[in-house]
Design a protein around this ligand. Structure first.
Ligand SMILES: *Cc1c(COP(=O)(O)O)cnc(C)c1O
Length: 406
């Protein structure tokens, strides 16, 4: 029997998911699906023993009360399908959280939906609200799932560039980017990968443009509690925004429980109904015992939230100082898990190439910023690297020492 000739199975990834892979920049010129840069860099970290500052997950546990609450929930038998919109205790905790921190009044029964992480909220929102050919505007660089989901929905991905050093959008470019074809304006503040926080003037311009062009605002606020001496202002709290805004967040980053995948969407009830129509066939429900635990977290005293941000700010400063001392030009993130370092002053013009060599050069892993951009931003991001500082202080200090040898 001959095993040569064309494969009888054909391409292993088909139809809409091929579009999604293409949208995430994962289709090679030969049509094969390539692993993400994150998978490649994490594999490199484990094969070389390098310190992995590539992926954004904490290496320390979050608040013990929250972890205990999940154990307790399992022990109490909270192990079956929770209600479709989420457990009542979490829906109520999310609404109470919006009121406590932002003065927003939210109806927990009609205006909140619990999802499998912020990722599913984003997926169900984009799949539920975007028609073929609709434009979805994001900032660029952008969180990689955005590009894939927009392609999956057959939308048209348009972007406004965020440029170093402050990574904030130019208002003229923002105005020009929103058109009558724009269905969603998808923002992310604090921003992954750049750490920028959108100023109130920019939020207000987005609201104005959304009104003028009848667009819906989608806001990814997973780092809402991790800002450094700047207040997080949810766009939904700005005048005129609420009725056209879908706010997405998650417990993963706030409570260092990224593996739990408890996220949510908050929106006017007609949008929640649309998002739920998709969510019920993606996962139906998720994470029963983690829902009451996340609810408990959202109700922790102010000191927890203040100290989580302060601890992370200290970590930002340790890694930033190490990168500066090593010769990088370093951004000043105002929130989130990441710092952007320019390798050009060290003589490395190509960050992707530099990141592949960095484990050997310094025993550290980072991710090139180009992984979060379309090729059109290649020149502006060529020498920029994203490093995660959501790691233990001793790990960051060791990384700083190793980077100093560059
Ligand atoms: C981590 C992250 C997410 C995903 O959140 P999950 O709750 O883990 O799904 C979404 N958006 C941004 C910007 C993130 O950094």
């Amino acid at each position: 029997m001959s095993l040569s000739g064309p494969s009888p199975i054909g391409p292993s990834l088909s139809g809409p998911w091929r579009r999604a892979a293409a949208g995430a920049g994962l289709l090679g010129s030969d049509g094969a699906v390539r692993p993400t840069i994150f998978a490649e860099m994490s594999a490199l970290a484990s094969s070389t023993g390098a310190i992995n500052l590539g992926q954004g997950f904490p290496d320390e546990d979050g608040p013990a009360e929250v972890l205990d609450a999940a154990r307790e929930a399992i022990a109490q038998g909270v192990n079956q399908y929770p209600p479709g919109r989420g457990s009542a205790v979490l829906l109520e905790a999310i609404a109470a959280h919006q009121h406590r921190f932002y003065g927003l009044d939210v109806d927990p029964q009609r205006e909140v939906l619990v999802t499998a992480g912020a990722t599913e909220a984003l997926a169900a929102t984009i799949l539920g609200l975007v028609e073929e050919g609709d434009e979805v505007l994001t900032l660029e660089p952008f969180y990689d799932a955005y590009g894939a989901l927009i392609e999956l929905a057959r939308g048209v991905h348009t972007t406004v560039p965020l440029r170093s050093p402050d990574f904030l959008p130019d208002h003229g470019e923002l105005r020009a980017a929103v058109t009558d074809r724009t269905r969603l304006i998808l923002i992310n503040s604090p921003h992954n990968p750049t750490g920028s926080v959108l100023p109130v003037e920019t939020l207000d311009l987005i609201v104005e443009l959304a009104h003028r062009h009848n667009a819906i605002i989608v806001t990814d606020e997973v780092y809402e509690h991790l800002t450094f001496r700047v207040a997080h202002v949810p766009i939904a709290s700005r005048p005129g925004a609420r009725e056209r805004t879908i706010t997405i967040s998650s417990g993963g980053k706030t409570f260092s429980t990224t593996g739990w995948k408890i996220g949510w969407a908050i929106a006017p009830s007609e949008h929640i109904t649309a998002i739920l129509a998709v969510k019920q066939f993606l996962t139906y429900v998720n994470g029963a015992p983690f829902q009451p635990a996340t609810a408990l977290g959202l109700g922790l005293p102010d000191e927890f939230f203040v100290s989580a941000a302060a601890t992370l700010e200290r970590k930002r400063d340790i890694l930033s100082a190490g990168l500066s001392a090593a010769g990088f030009t370093v951004s000043r993130p105002q929130g989130g898990y990441f710092v952007i370092a320019d390798a050009a002053p060290l003589g490395y013009a190509d960050a992707a190439d530099f990141c592949r060599r960095l484990p050997e050069l310094a025993g550290v892993v980072g991710v090139p910023l180009s992984a979060f951009c379309h090729p059109r931003m290649a020149a502006e991001t060529a020498s920029l690297v994203r490093f995660a500082f959501c790691k233990r202080v001793d790990v960051l200090e060791r990384a700083a020492v190793q980077l100093a040898g560059l």
